[in-house]
Design a protein around this ligand. Structure first.
Ligand code: ADP
Length: 524
């Protein structure tokens, strides 16, 4: 594959920038060869492979090196795309939104700077993964738990910046973030919140600091490079028990969500539970072929066989209780009787069911990172996926409406409906996995059209996505159009003020710097 330079950057400027990067990091940390760049490709392209290909990658080893790289990139107009872990495979992996951008790979900054045993927080660099931090907590015999996402290989910072979730009571990752260090496009190194005060002793304790609270501005944006971040850890609760509830009918979804909302709002269900569709759970147990090898989505007639075989429902709910024995017993009783209102619902605690999903969820809801969730990719031989992830109000009516909306489009496009509802306090993330063969141009086109159609369907019903693959970033940004796109224009104004040369992650979340908006540079 030949190198695609960033739009508007000529060969001379590109190579001058790379030479400067080499001077900063040493030549070994500037990657330009095809094999080295392979790890920065979109693992499951929906456009033609190479569409979001990086022209090079640079791997700084310190904050000062990042500053120097940013200044050199600014001087030569070379766009940089920061990544920490780059392991969000369904959202493009480490691939930059702008084809030809240079990936700024932050994995070498991998220090756990502090674990605080009094207040329960950690201060980490971008290369620290959930596995790393969990291991460090275990090693010191910490009495704090880490909240982890589905796949433990992600970085703590990358996941939080994308507003990822976990499944303990600390599952809303942005809500447990406290204090950042950010390198701006002009080379300034800013500490947010209380970190602005030299020698501060509350940087990881009090989020808001003095003056405007800026941390969320650096999430799902391209306004800066986050080089340190604090996060809170959960005190070990004194006991734990996971459980599973199986629901036999597809429209049980409605009643289930009505039961869940008050329980989540009142925190009787303390953690972030999940409600998963039949085929997603079936995929965790084996390949689609075992049940159906025909064209199009798995027919309804096969669904009952899968349910009987695996002893699971059309929907399967995974929750947990936390605390000492009497607290857990009361919470389990309350859950049992709440879900028992649904005819045919079955309740299993861990150990009462051999579901591999329950075993994996039990670990994740206790803050133990693993990679079990990736097993669902065995469903189809090619194993590629992109995620369509609309936010739903936590009402039964909306859940059913989104379910039917997605299921019908999936059927039309010959796709299995596979989803999980991640149940927040008032809303749910409805994560729909679209599996496809990324080597097959027709399948790529089908998947692209399906996702594009769903984004429009959702928007016209008042639903927006929480996160998206780079191929759909512009489309989703355009759906947040209130006030003649006032939100996007505000984001663009902030972008232009902070990054006038337009070098940091151009196009991320649909935010293009001035030089791409007005100069006609091609950036499809
Ligand atoms: P993960 O570690 O979960 O795989 P990534 O490192 O891929 O996550 O991060 C997801 C996205 O967040 C990246 O594509 C990038 O846009 C942004 N990002 C990640 N790390 C940083 C960072 N340190 N500073 C700024 N943006 C970042």
């Amino acid at each position: 594959m030949s190198t695609t330079l960033p739009p508007g950057v000529d060969d001379g400027a590109f190579h001058a920038a790379l030479d400067k990067f080499r001077g900063v990091t040493g030549a070994g940390h500037v990657i330009t060869d095809e094999a080295g760049l392979a790890g920065y490709r979109d693992p499951y392209p929906v456009l033609e492979p190479g569409h979001f290909a990086a022209s090079a990658a640079v791997r700084p080893g310190s904050v000062d090196e990042i500053r120097q790289i940013v200044l050199a990139a600014g001087e030569h107009g070379v766009p940089l795309a920061p990544v920490s872990g780059g392991r969000n495979l369904g959202y493009g992996g480490a691939a930059p939104r702008l084809t030809g951008a240079v990936v700024l790979d932050l994995k070498r900054l991998n220090r756990i700077i502090e674990i605080n045993d009094t207040f329960g927080y950690a201060l980490v660099e971008p290369g620290v993964t959930y596995f790393d931090l969990h291991k460090a907590l275990l090693k010191r015999g910490s009495r704090f738990w880490l909240d982890v996402p589905d796949l433990g290989w992600g970085s703590v910072i990358g996941n939080t910046l994308e507003r990822g979730v976990g499944y303990t009571p600390y599952g809303d990752h942005l809500s447990i973030q406290c204090g950042m260090e950010v390198v701006l496009a002009n080379g300034d190194v800013v500490r947010t919140g209380m970190g602005g005060l030299p020698g501060s002793n509350t940087w990881q304790l009090y989020k808001y600091g003095y003056g405007p609270c800026l941390d969320p501005l650096f999430t799902q944006s391209n306004f800066g490079i986050v080089t340190k971040m604090g996060l809170w850890l959960m005190p070990e609760p004194g006991g734990y028990q996971a459980y599973m509830v199986t629901l036999p009918r597809e429209d049980d979804l409605e009643q289930m969500v009505e039961i869940l909302r008050p329980l989540r709002m009142s925190q009787q269900i303390q953690n972030v539970p999940t409600l998963r569709s039949l085929l997603l759970d079936a995929a965790a147990c084996g390949s689609r072929k075992a049940y159906y090898d025909g064209p199009g989505p798995v027919p309804d007639s096969v669904a009952s066989r899968i349910m009987a075989d695996l002893r699971i429902g059309m929907w399967n709910f995974y929750g947990a209780v936390y605390g000492p024995e009497p607290v857990r017993a009361a919470a389990l009783d309350a859950a049992r009787s709440a879900f028992g209102q649904i005819p045919g619902a079955r309740f299993y605690t861990e150990g009462e069911h051999d579901s591999p999903v329950l075993a994996a969820r039990a670990q994740i809801m206790a803050g133990k990172p693993n990679l079990e969730t990736i097993n669902v990719l065995q469903w189809v031989a090619s194993g590629g996926h992109v995620d369509f992830a609309p936010v739903s109000p936590a009402t039964g009516r909306d859940a059913m409406r989104q379910y039917l909306m997605v299921r019908e489009r999936c059927r039309e496009f010959g796709q299995d409906y596979m989803s999980t509802f991640i149940v927040g306090r008032r809303e749910m993330h409805h994560i729909c996995l679209m599996m496809f063969d990324s080597q097959d141009p027709d399948d790529r086109k089908r998947t692209r059209e399906l996702c594009g159609t769903l984004i429009e369907d959702a928007a016209s019903a008042g639903y927006g996505e929480y996160r998206v693959h780079p191929a759909f970033m512009d489309q989703v940004a355009a759906t947040f159009s209130y006030g003649d796109h006032a939100l996007l224009r505000l984001n663009e104004r902030i972008k232009d003020a902070l990054d006038p040369a337009g070098i940091l992650a151009p196009g991320k979340q649909g935010i293009w710097p001035l030089r791409f908006r007005e100069s006609g540079l091609s950036h499809s």
